[in-house]
Write a protein that binds this ligand. Structure first.
Ligand code: NAP
Ligand code: SF4
Length: 672
C-alpha cells in the first residue's frame, strides 16, 4: 500500500497511458549548448530511470529570432535532429517519455533580431523588438509547426508549446504588449488568435497520437494582464484546437512578485489550476513550489490538478518517484528552491547544476564509482562540506567516521533555517540526518576531534568551518554588540538595530529582525497580502488592486556596508531583487559607503560617503562582517605530521556558501 496513491496513479491520455502523475517541468540547463549530446542524453536518462512519467526538455528555439539568446539550441539541421535522437533513444531505453518544449521568446529574446506583436521594449531586455507584419507572423507559426514536426522526427513523445511567462505567444494576448489594430490585435478573439492557430496547425502537422501540452499563463502578475475570463476562453479554445493537456504558467518574467523562490509558500498557486480544471475537459497540470511527494499527493487528492509538474526537484534528486514509490521519501534530496546552482547559473551563462546535488548536469563527469579498496576515513565537522564528503565517501563503500563538536549536524545551515523564508533548509538538514543513517556513517556528536582521535585513519578531512570575523571597530565597554550567530540563535535584540555588514548574512539577519510572528512563507494568504498578489478574476493580471500590504516591521533596522555600491548587489542573480524588495517593504534603511568610527552604548558613530561622522542611535549592534576559516586543528595536525584535506570554509571562507561547500566535499569524496 503506497502513501501516494494519487501521485502514482496512471494517467490515460487516450493514445498513451502515463505511468504516474509526475511531470518533470522544463528547465533551461545550457547543456545543449555544450555540444556534448551524450551528456545531455545522460542527464535526461537519469531522470527517466528515476521513474518520472514525462519529461519536458528545456526550451528549444523554433527559429533564430525566437531564441532566448543568440545561438540558442533548436532543431534547425539534420545534425540537430540526430543529436536529439540520441536523447530520445536514451530516455526510451530507460523506460521514460520525453516531450520537447518549443520556446519562442518574442521581445524577451536577448538579441537584436527579436520580434514581437508591437515594437514595445521589455523592461528586462535592452533590445527593442521589431513589430511583425502579417507575413512575419505567418513565418513564426510555420517555424513553430516545423519545430514540432521535427521533434516527432527526432523521436520525442510530444511537444510543450510555451505560451506563458510573458514569452512570444503570451505577448499577443494582452494589450500592454499587443497594440495591433489588424486581425492579430484589438478584441480578445484577435489577440488569442496566434496561440490557438499555433496549436491547431501543430496538431495537424504531428497527428493525433502525439502529446501536445500548452503552457498557459493563469496569472500574469503584471498590470493589464489577462483577466480570468480571458484565461478560461483561451483554455477552451486551446483544447478545441487539439491540445492534450494544459500546463500551468505563473507570472511574466518581468513581474516584481516572486513565483518560485524559496520564500514563496509551497504550492502557492495551485488554487488557480484548481479553478481552471472544471472549465476544460483535458487534464491540467499544476506547478510552482511543489517539491515533495506529500505536497503533490495532497493537491492531487484534493482534485486541484490531474498532474503535478516539478522541475528543480529533479535536479536535486533524479530518483524522486522511485524513492517515493518504494516508501523511501525521506531519502529524496530536497530542492530548497534557492536557485543558487540552477537559475543563477543559467542566467549567468554557466552550466546549471544543483546546490544539493552537484552531479546534476555533471552526470558523465562526476561519477561515484565503488571504491576499489575501502578506506577508514575521518571527517571533522558536520556542516555542509563535511556532510557532503562523508555521504559520498560512504556511498562509495568507505568506512566513515564524522566528528561534530556540537550536539547537532548542519553547521551554518542551522542558522539559515531560522530565517523567515528559509524554512526549506529544515528539510535539507533532515535529509542529511536520514542519509547519514542510511549510509551507516559513524556520527560522533559532542565530540571535538583532537589530534589523538585522528592518527589511525587512512584519510583525514577537515571541514571545521568558519568563525565570525571581528571587524575591529573601537567599542565602548558595555556596548550592546551581538554576533549574527547569537541573534539567529535567539539572543534578545532591542527595537533599533544596526547591522554591520550587508552580505548574504546581513540580509538574512535583517529579514529575521523585521519579521515577527508567523513567517509569510508558511501562511500563503499572509504572503499574498505582503506581496500584493490578487485575483485575475478581480484585476486583469492578478495584481492586488491596493498593492502590497506587508505587516509593519517588528523593529527599526539599518543595514550598513563600507563599499559605496548599493547593498545587496552581490546577492543571487535571480533572488537578490526579492531580498532587497522584501527589506524595502519593511522600511529597512540600507546604506553603502559607511566608515565606522566607534560603537558606543547608545549606537554607532559612522561617516557616510565621506560626510561628517554622525551617530546612528541603536540599542543593538549586530556584526555580520563575514567569516574567517577555523583552522586550529589543521595547524596541530601539521605539527604532528598527519596529512589531511581541508575543505569548505576552513579552506576558503571568502564567498563561501553551501553550494561551494557541498560541491567541494562531493568532488573530494569521488576521488578518495
Ligand atoms: P559576505 O557576503 O562576505 O559579507 C560580509 C559583509 O561584511 C559585507 O557586507 C562586507 O562589506 C562586510 N565586511 C567585511 N569585512 C569587514 C570588516 N573588516 N569590517 C566591517 N565590515 C566588513 O559574508 P556573509 O554575509 O557573512 O555571508 C557569508 C557567505 O554565506 C557568503 O558567501 C554568502 O554568499 C553566503 N550566504 C548566502 C546566502 C544566500 O541567500 N545565498 C545567505 C547568507 C549567506 P564591506 O566590506 O563593504 O563593509
Ligand atoms: Fe533546487 Fe537550489 Fe538545487 Fe536549484 S540549486 S535545484 S533551487 S536546491
Amino acid at each position: 500500500m503506497t502513501l501516494y496513491p494519487h501521485m502514482l496513479a496512471p494517467l490515460d491520455l487516450g493514445f498513451v497511458t502515463l505511468p504516474n502523475r509526475v511531470l518533470m517541468g522544463s528547465m533551461h540547463t545550457n547543456l545543449e549548448e555544450t555540444g556534448d549530446w551524450n551528456r545531455v542524453a545522460e542527464f535526461y536518462a537519469a531522470r527517466a530511470r528515476g521513474g518520472v512519467a514525462l519529461i519536458v526538455t528545456g526550451g528549444m528555439a523554433p527559429n533564430r529570432e525566437g531564441g532566448v539568446f543568440p545561438g540558442a539550441a533548436g532543431l534547425f539541421t539534420p545534425q540537430d535532429i540526430a543529436n536529439h535522437r540520441l536523447v530520445t533513444d536514451r530516455v526510451h531505453g530507460a523506460g521514460g517519455r520525453i516531450a520537447m518544449q518549443i520556446l519562442h521568446a518574442g521581445r524577451y529574446a536577448y538579441g537584436s533580431d527579436c520580434v514581437a506583436p508591437s515594437a514595445i521594449k521589455s523592461p528586462i531586455s535592452p533590445f527593442p523588438p521589431r513589430e511583425l507584419d502579417n507575413e512575419g507572423i505567418e513565418k513564426q507559426i510555420a517555424d513553430i509547426v516545423t519545430a514540432a514536426a521535427r521533434a516527432r522526427e527526432a523521436g520525442y513523445d510530444g511537444v510543450e508549446i510555451m505560451g506563458s511567462e510573458g514569452y512570444f505567444l503570451n505577448q499577443f494576448l494582452v494589450r500592454h504588449t499587443n497594440r495591433r489594430t489588424d486581425d492579430w490585435g484589438g478584441a480578445y478573439a484577435n489577440r488569442m488568435r496566434l496561440p490557438v492557430e499555433v496549436v491547431r496547425r501543430v496538431r495537424a502537422a504531428v497527428g493525433a497520437d502525439f502529446i501536445l501540452i500548452y503552457r498557459i499563463s493563469l496569472i500574469d502578475l503584471v498590470p493589464d494582464g489577462s483577466t480570468w475570463d480571458e484565461v478560461v476562453t483561451l483554455a477552451r479554445a486551446i483544447e478545441a484546437a487539439g491540445a492534450t493537456m494544459l500546463n500551468t504558467g505563473i507570472g511574466w518574467h518581468e513581474a516584481r512578485i516572486p513565483t518560485i523562490a524559496t520564500s514563496v509558500p509551497r504550492a502557492a498557486f495551485t488554487w488557480l489550476t484548481a479553478r481552471l480544471r472544471p472549465e476544460v475537459g483535458i487534464p491540467v497540470i499544476t506547478s510552482n513550489r511543489i517539491n515533495m511527494p506529500d505536497v503533490a499527493e495532497q493537491l492531487l487528492a484534493d482534485g486541484k490538478a490531474d498532474m503535478v509538474s516539478m522541475a528543480r526537484p529533479f535536479l536535486a534528486d533524479p530518483d524522486f518517484v522511485t524513492k517515493a514509490a518504494a516508501g523511501r521519501a525521506a531519502e529524496i534530496a530536497p530542492c530548497i528552491a534557492c536557485n543558487q546552482a540552477c537559475l543563477d547559473h543559467t542566467f549567468g551563462g554557466k552550466l546549471t547544476s544543483c546546490l544539493v546535488n552537484p552531479r546534476a548536469c555533471h552526470e558523465t563527469e562526476l561519477v561515484y564509482t565503488p571504491a576499489m579498496s575501502p578506506k577508514r576515513i575521518a571527517v571533522v565537522g558536520a556542516g555542509p562540506a563535511g556532510l557532503s564528503v562523508a555521504l559520498v565517501a560512504a556511498e562509495r563503500g568507505h568506512e566513515v567516521t564524522l566528528f561534530e563538536a556540537s550536539d547537532q549536524i548542519g553547521g551554518q545551515l542551522n542558522l539559515a533555517r531560522r530565517v523567515p523564508g528559509k524554512e526549506e533548509f529544515d528539510g535539507l538538514v533532515a535529509w542529511f540526518r536520514t542519509m547519514l543513517a542510511v549510509r551507516k556513517v559513524d556520527l560522533q556528536l559532542n565530540h571535538a576531534a583532537e589530534v589523538s582521535d585522528l592518527g589511525g585513519f587512512d584519510e583525514v578531512i577537515l571541514a571545521t568551518g568558519v568563525k565570525p570575523r571581528d571587524p575591529g571597530i573601537p567599542t565602548e565597554p558595555g556596548a550592546p554588540v551581538l554576533s549574527y550567530a547569537e541573534v539567529l540563535e535567539g539572543a534578545k535584540v532591542g527595537q533599533k538595530a544596526v547591522l554591520i555588514g550587508a552580505g548574504g548574512i546581513g540580509f538574512d539577519v535583517a529579514e529575521f529582525l523585521v519579521q515577527d510572528g508567523i513567517s509569510p512563507t508558511i501562511d500563503a494568504s499572509l504572503w499574498r497580502r505582503e506581496w500584493g498578489v490578487g485575483d485575475p478574476a478581480v484585476t486583469a493580471g492578478g495584481l492586488a488592486p491596493d498593492g502590497p500590504h506587508p505587516d509593519p516591521a517588528a523593529r527599526q533596522v539599518t543595514l550598513l556596508q563600507r563599499k559605496p555600491e548599493k547593498p545587496g548587489r552581490k546577492l543571487g542573480k535571480t533572488t537578490g531583487w526579492i531580498h532587497r524588495a522584501s527589506l524595502q517593504m519593511k522600511g529597512v534603511r540600507m546604506q553603502g559607503g559607511a566608515d565606522y568610527s566607534r560603537i558606543t552604548r547608545t549606537g554607532i558613530t559612522v561617516s557616510i560617503a565621506g560626510a561628517n561622522p554622525v551617530e546612528i542611535e541603536a540599542d543593538t549592534i549586530v556584526i555580520c562582517a563575514g567569516q574567517e576559516p577555523r583552522r586550529e586543528l589543521a595547524e596541530m595536525l601539521q605539527k604532528a605530521a598527519i596529512p589531511f584535506h581541508l575543505i569548505g570554509g576552513a579552506d576558503v571562507a571568502a564567498e563561501l556558501d553551501a553550494k561551494r561547500a557541498i560541491d567541494q566535499g562531493a568532488r573530494l569524496a569521488a576521488q578518495l
